[in-house]
Design a protein. Structure first.
Ligand code: GDP
Length: 362
């Protein structure tokens, strides 16, 4: 699937850049172009693999919006024509989808991505998706509240929002920066494979996935999630029947970008590996298992030829918003929002004197 990437904010820019680099290093050619948009100049300067555009300079002078996602929305609204102008020539006629990439807990990406998606929908005919990073459980209340409002608006605007939970793909005991490196690498590999799996591969059998199957899986809208797992495979495909099942189970049950998301409107199962090692029977069995497990009647499937001694399963879920994880997150975001409002009331000196048992003098 040929895509154009637009990273908004710090996380958005870093993840878009990492994806572009992975796609180039693997020689997939799915990423047609990447643009990083930010109100913080320093964050843009650290990027090498993406074109950059500074927004909101008249308001925040290149210093970013802090964690203020309402300001993030405003600066994107003010400079939207510049952003759309910078995309001319990047979202070429060859792009089959646009992905807006953002961390949903911050300011520029959280507030700016929904505005950008809204405008892209009016300009382009191809689907506009979000790749959104959810704050981990230990990130503060402001992040949770920001992400809740951002996600709500994105669900309204985007054709689908692929969520990556910051708690999902990092190793125990890493520093925060180290964790981001690991997570971004995993996002690049998994989402990069998803893009590439929708690319035509020459000289390979009948079951290669087509871009339209990725798009149809995401057609349900709402939230989507991506899972991935690999295992060493035997050279004899008949011996890999159980391996195909076991990587598919792991991809859905423990390897997903949104823990506990297993209910979906639609799903896509891509088995990646050397064509000779891919067991037809195992793939069919895994696909039926995925139908049962997700409760979806629309499970698509296909192979992705990859030069590797491992067998991998990539599972894309479309319409996965009914998962417990999304519900728990939205509860947390609402609670954080209420706490923030109470805090604002407390810090307003007039509130302490709001009691009407004492009257003002005049
Ligand atoms: P913005 O620049 O104002 O849009 O804010 P950020 O992009 O820094 O958004 C903050 C959110 O993104 C928080 O939830 C962070 O945990 C997360 N975040 C920041 N940088 C990264 C990163 O490199 N990778 C990942 N996965 N998350 C990040």
């Amino acid at each position: 699937m040929k895509v154009a990437l637009i990273g908004v904010g710090q996380a958005g820019g870093k993840v878009a850049e990492r994806l572009t680099r992975f796609d180039a290093e693997m020689g997939f050619g799915a990423v047609q172009g990447a643009l990083a948009v930010n109100s913080a100049e320093a964050d843009l300067q650290s990027l090498e693999f993406a074109d950059t555009l500074l927004i909101g300079a008249d308001r925040v002078n290149g210093h970013g919006v802090g964690g203020d996602n309402e300001l993030g929305t405003e600066v994107m609204q003010s400079d939207i024509q510049q952003v759309l102008g910078a995309l001319d020539g990047r979202v070429t006629s060859s792009a089959e989808a646009i992905f807006v990439v953002a961390g949903l807990g911050g300011g520029t990406g959280s507030g700016g991505a929904p505005v950008l998606v809204h405008h892209l929908q009016q300009v382009y005919d191809v689907p506009v998706y979000t790749l959104g990073v959810l704050p981990g459980r230990n990130e503060g209340a402001l992040y949770q509240a920001n992400a809740g409002r951002s996600l709500k608006t994105l669900i309204r605007e985007a054709d689908s929002t692929l969520l990556i939970d910051n708690d999902a793909w990092h190793e125990q005991g890493e520093s925060m920066d180290g964790a981001f490196e690991t997570i971004n690498g995993k996002i690049a590999q998994r989402v990069g494979l998803l893009f590439a799996s929708g690319e035509a591969v020459e000289g390979v059998g009948e079951s290669v996935v087509d871009s339209s199957e990725v798009i149809n899986t995401l057609r349900a809208g709402g939230v989507s999630a991506l899972g991935y797992a690999t295992e060493l495979a035997s050279e004899d495909s008949a011996e890999n029947i159980n391996t195909a099942m076991s990587v598919s189970r792991q991809a859905l049950l423990t390897g997903t970008s949104l823990p506990d998301a297993t209910t979906a409107e639609a799903a896509l199962l891509v088995i990646a590996g050397e064509p000779d090692r891919i067991p037809r029977k195992g793939v069919e069995r895994a696909r039926r298992w995925l139908e049962d497990e997700t409760g979806s009647m629309q499970v698509r499937g296909g192979d992705f030829p990859l030069d590797s001694d491992r067998l991998g399963a990539l599972v894309l879920l479309g319409g996965a918003e009914r998962s417990d994880r999304v519900r728990a997150f939205m509860d947390r975001a609402r609670e954080a929002n209420r706490a923030q409002e109470r805090e604002e009331e407390r810090s307003d000196p007039a509130e302490q004197f709001a009691d009407d048992r004492l009257e003002n003098l005049f």
